[in-house]
Design a protein around this ligand. Structure first.
Ligand code: ADP
Ligand code: MG
Length: 328
């Protein structure tokens, strides 16, 4: 393995939370109804993601860790029109396994074939062996950055790394109320959602009762000129936190960050928020796919809208009417 490959790897995998993000996206792409994430010491001493998705055959397992291999593009047109899956570049597993000791164990859901496993240590792919395991996929990533000490030095405390992991898993749990998502840190459950499809019960599972009870529904009567349909939940102006990580926005089902969305929410609260306090918000925007650019940021979280002021107006008015209707 060359230094160039290692540097390229470091670009995508910055910290345990980036590993968690890629693995959870793969589980969701694999049609899982249950995704369980367990990390040790902020993820520095291990990340494990288990799902009950479609799984992989032994042959697919072998391909999954190769560079630029993906099962998610069947046709070159997919690249032009955008794909329905979260990942499609075929880089994540290859990159993660180049900078860690990664074990993948999988068994296809629909085939009566046996399970298989493979371990990759710093890019060295071991033999694919038979393994007893339930249908679905379990990926364990240990000793992250063991062969890239410079990268390892940039990791923060366990608590800080865990905060990043928690934020990532929380966003995917909120975006997918029909998937049972759970998170464990050092063998203790942090949260577990039911996966029954209700946003309210998902918010209750991830943020607890006090926050869940302070939420009011956003359900804008879509005004015919609105550039975005907006729905979700926002909190009472007195139920706030000091961090903006509790403002969750999803565009066409995908977690995104955008200054214009934050501003719209904060403006809707007017002067009702204490200084430097942020409400809880879980907002889903539906916009025409060609009106949003999702490629502003390499990790695809930051987006830009063609009609920024139209989007801002739609979100602001949806949240304002939710607050009014909720008597807040
Ligand atoms: P991408 O997601 O961009 O295709 P990845 O490196 O993340 O690339 O994954 C490579 C391939 O491995 C995927 O295309 C998929 O076929 C397979 N794969 C990865 N994770 C899972 C999973 N949890 N369940 C089933 N298949 C998976
Ligand atoms: Mg992927």
């Amino acid at each position: 393995q060359t230094t160039i490959q290692r540097i390229a790897a470091g670009e995508v995998v910055e910290r345990p939370a980036s590993v968690v993000k890629e693995l959870v996206e793969n589980s969701l792409d694999a049609d899982a109804s249950r995704v369980s994430v367990a990390v040790h010491n902020g993820g520095k001493d291990g990340v494990r993601v288990r799902d009950d998705g479609v799984g992989m055959t032994a042959e697919e397992l072998e391909l999954a860790v190769q560079e630029h291999t993906t099962s998610k593009i069947s046709d070159i047109d997919d690249l032009e029109t955008g794909v329905g899956t979260l990942g499609f570049r075929g880089e994540a597993l290859h990159t993660i396994s180049a900078v860690s000791r990664t074990t993948i164990r999988s068994k296809p859901r629909d085939v009566a074939s046996a399970g298989a496993e493979v371990t990759v240590e710093g890019g060295d792919v071991g033999e694919v062996r038979p393994a007893g395991c339930p249908a679905g996929t379990t990926i364990e990533v240990e000793d992250l950055f063991f062969n890239t000490p410079a990268r390892k030095k940039f990791l923060k405390t366990d608590a800080t790394e865990f905060d990043h992991v928690n934020t990532v898993v929380t966003q995917y749990a909120l975006a997918n109320p029909d998937v049972a998502v759970s998170l464990e840190h050092n063998d203790r459950e942090v949260f577990a959602t039911e996966g029954q499809g209700s946003l309210e019960s998902t918010v209750l599972s991830v943020y607890g009762r006090e926050v869940a009870e302070a939420m009011t529904p956003v359900d804008a009567d879509p005004d015919s000129d609105a550039v975005a349909a907006v729905s979700g939940l926002v909190s009472h102006p007195e139920t706030t936190r000091s961090g903006r990580e509790y403002l969750s926005t999803f565009v066409n089902g995908r977690y995104v960050t955008a200054g214009v969305l934050r501003e719209a929410v904060l403006d809707a609260y007017g002067g009702q928020l204490a200084p430097d306090r942020y409400p809880f918000a879980v907002l889903f925007l539906d916009v025409p796919p060609n009106s949003v650019d999702v490629n502003v940021h390499p990790r695809k979280m930051e987006v830009r809208f063609d009609d920024e002021s139209g989007v801002k107006a739609a979100v602001e008015s949806a949240v304002e009417s939710a607050l009014l209707e909720g008597g807040l």
